[in-house]
Design a protein around this ligand. Sequence first.
Ligand SMILES: Cc1ncc(COP(=O)(O)O)c(C=O)c1O
Length: 324
Amino acid sequence: MLEHGGNLSAAVTRYGIPLENWLDLSTGINPNHYPIADIPPHQWHQLPNDEDGLVNIAANYYGCQSLLPTSGSQAALQALPTLRSLGTIAMLKPMYQEHAYAWQRYGHQVLSFNDLNDEHILNKADVVLLCNPNNPTGKQFSAQALLSLHAKLANRGGWLVVDEAFMDATPEHSIALHSHLDGLFVLRSLGKFFGLAGARVGFMLAADEQLKKLQESLGPWTLTGPSRFIAKQALQDKTWQENTRITLKSSSKRLETLLSQYGLKPTAGTALFQYVMTAQAQVLQERLAAKGIWVRLFKEQPALRFGLPHDSGWQLLEGALKLL
Ligand SMILES: Cc1ncc(COP(=O)(O)O)c(C=O)c1O
């Protein structure tokens, strides 16, 4: 199993600070999640209903023609490598590592690329996979650049897979609208912007034929009834979505300013996190952890990723940054 942010119990053991005293900034999850309404008891009692309207509501929210709800986008990304015969997969690096792990585990050859200019790698690939915006670097790709890459791949029977788990704050950059095209796959998640990572709701957006294969591979009832119920509410609540876009963008800007003020100018970020490349990453992570602040360390880069604090977390973070 790969290491992930949100692994607070490891921090509790290592630093001896009780769980409730930590400020967890190690994920890119919205600290103010979508409010959960009372779940009608029949949602727990009956089997999940595929005809409950979720598919249309989600397609309307993403602006796509067809999609498949999955148990988090993780379930979809893990099953995707089984839908293709073994080949060469080019993946952005650094990037959310579960993708490489899933394709390698199934036997595909995984190569890395840093930018869309790395044509010597991209030209060899049967499948190109990237996150937009990227986690953890915050790097963004234009829809136009991705669509032209997709066209080249599709011409030779290849696929483009775009993980848009962090796209909800900037839907204007999404390529969901084109996801019905042959060889294009877009992953979405309710875990980040909606802050509902525990509900395990994700979607694969793709052509119908591929979705059928994916559904066959995942089997029935991949998403629970209560999660479907919550997802329908969240995806239809335009007022909450619009307010959240504004709040997240201003919180992210505030985080960028705060980190810069204490000598940790972010290299890039999204509405949900800031990414700081620094040779001191490991030492800084330890110093912050000693003060009860848990951030995500990327040793290879080396870099730190800071998620957004909740209301009282800002003061705690500033207090710790002052003493670094
Ligand atoms: C870029 C990216 N994609 C996909 C996922 C999987 O998220 P979920 O399964 O909660 O939808 C994550 C989780 O951290 C992620 O960071």
